[in-house]
Design a binder for this molecule. Sequence first.
Ligand SMILES: [Zn+2]
Ligand SMILES: [Zn+2]
Length: 129
Amino acid sequence: MKLSNTNQRRIIIEELRKLDTHPTADELYIIVREKIPQISLGTVYRNLELLSKKGQILKLELTGKQKRFDGNIENHYHLRCTKCGRVVDIEIDDMLEIDKKLNELVDRLSLDGYRLELSGICEICKTEK
Ligand SMILES: [Zn+2]
Ligand SMILES: [Zn+2]
């Protein structure tokens, strides 16, 4: 049985939303393949790009790494662990303030945008030492 594009896309979103690991296209492909064995990496990749253009998922352009995707489109921030490479969600109220200020700056200077990314050691690595 061949799944329609819409159904493939629905499964891709569903699987992505179950994760809080911000997978790369390759990582998500391995998971989605369990549900749709005939799907190709290219299809997963194309759908992820399309979904992020439509604003249904987030594409995270983090420094020097492969693109990662996030099923959570709420305003939130990320910490990139310098030890294990995980990207974890982080909630700090102060970040909202900074974000607001940067947004104003973007408007004022007509910039394309900006990226707020925290880097450091994640909770898991902290407890693992
Ligand atoms: Zn870590
Ligand atoms: Zn996130």
